[in-house]
Design a protein around this ligand. Structure first.
Ligand SMILES: N[C@@H](CCC(=O)N[C@@H](CS)C(=O)NCC(=O)O)C(=O)O
Length: 352
């Protein structure tokens, strides 16, 4: 009895001292593996304009894609060292958990159950969204209150199906839910008239609507029924990698706040380098660009990690408004995704 207890105590002490069980990745494992492999593997959608879409030549574009490139720029100093792995909503978390992808950047909503029950953890919200409902104009409906008995097309394994169920139940409306694994199938079924409503993140509806034969024959209802903070996620148990994922987003926000963009970063760097030699100049910008203390080494990155992100990929505003970003491809206003200084929610945590 005594020795059994002793064993338990020493196991507890061992566990506390090393801070992890055998099943968890040791801090630093992911970054080491990514560096050894020579490329980042990023889980993205199977095709959603504004976020992750391949053109006819196979080149990827979109907000999530550019975020992945920014992580590669921070790690390798080379934004091209990333491979994209298309994933359905249903398979995405298992792909991250099993190590098939290093980061999941796939219009994925950050929620309590996902943060605590799946072995994954969210890094930062790269797009604040909400769930909407698209209906054919021919239905003559102007509000969700008129949707009693509606057939609803959506995707399996999403917050979308949970929210729409909540919404119809809360409002005492009956409904029939028709869920598909692929969002293309859900959108096509809706377009073919199998459903009265297509529901998803409002940004996703804007993207899908553009693929319809007659986009003007479909209208977004005024009700936004949920909060969908879309966020990149990593595996639990590797805080170093979590920081790489998190600070990549914050670096792009800080760059925009500081007026640093891909087109002017070299000029600003040279100006500040000259000023730094005389112990003057903008201290915040100098820290950000790696002209002062080294802020990269403590989480395994080169000193110029933030410079590389901005130089090779851009600041947050640039990737938002890029030709395949939510602003460029879908014409979405910044709205909640404006910087906090412009009344939005995007706020760069200080580099210091
Ligand atoms: N944000 C929601 C929904 C994400 C989602 O799966 N959206 C669909 C519909 S817009 C999508 O990604 N479509 C592209 C694809 O399936 O590849 C979630 O995390 O559950």
């Amino acid at each position: 009895m005594k020795s059994l207890l002793g064993g338990a105590v020493s196991a507890l002490v061992f566990g506390l001292a090393f801070g992890a069980t055998a099943a968890q990745a040791a801090p630093g494992d992911t970054l080491r593996e990514v560096k050894a492999r020579g490329e980042l593997v990023c889980g993205v959608t199977q095709g959603l304009d504004g976020f992750s879409l391949q053109d006819s030549e196979g080149n990827y574009g979109g907000l999530d894609v550019d975020y992945c490139r920014a992580v590669a720029a921070a790690v390798f100093g080379d934004a091209s060292k990333v491979r994209f792995r298309p994933l359905s909503s249903k398979e995405r978390f298992e792909a991250l958990k099993s190590g098939e992808v290093d980061v999941l950047a796939r219009v994925t909503t950050w929620s309590l159950s996902r943060d605590t029950q799946l072995g994954v953890i969210f890094a930062a919200t790269n797009f604040y969204d909400g769930q909407g409902m698209l209906v054919p104009t021919s239905l003559g409906v102007t509000s969700a209150a008129e949707l009693d008995g509606a057939r609803l097309c959506t995707n399996t394994g999403t917050t979308t199906e949970l929210n729409i169920t909540d919404y119809f139940r809360s409002n005492g409306l009956s409904f029939e839910l028709i869920a598909f694994e692929k969002s293309d199938e859900a959108a096509s079924a809706y377009e073919a008239g199998r459903c009265d409503v297509y529901t998803s993140d409002a940004s996703g509806l804007a993207a899908k609507r553009l693929t319809f034969a007659n986009p003007s024959e479909h209208v977004l209802l005024p009700e936004i029924i949920s909060k969908e903070p879309l966020a990149p996620a990593v595996r639990q148990g590797d805080e170093q990698w979590l920081n790489v994922a998190r600070w990549t987003h914050f670096a792009m926000l800080n760059a925009e706040e500081l007026g640093i963009a891909s087109g002017n970063v070299d000029q600003i760097l040279e100006e500040q380098r000259a000023l730094a030699a005389g112990s003057t100049g903008n201290q915040e910008i100098q820290r950000f660009l790696g002209l002062g203390d080294d802020f990269g080494a403590a989480f395994g990155l080169p000193k110029d990690w933030a410079y590389q992100i901005v130089k090779q990929v851009g600041n947050y505003g640039e990737i938002y408004d890029a030709p395949r970003g939510p602003g460029g491809a879908l014409g979405l206003e910044r709205g909640l995704n404006a910087l906090w200084t412009n009344g939005g929610l995007q706020y760069g945590i200080p580099v210091r």
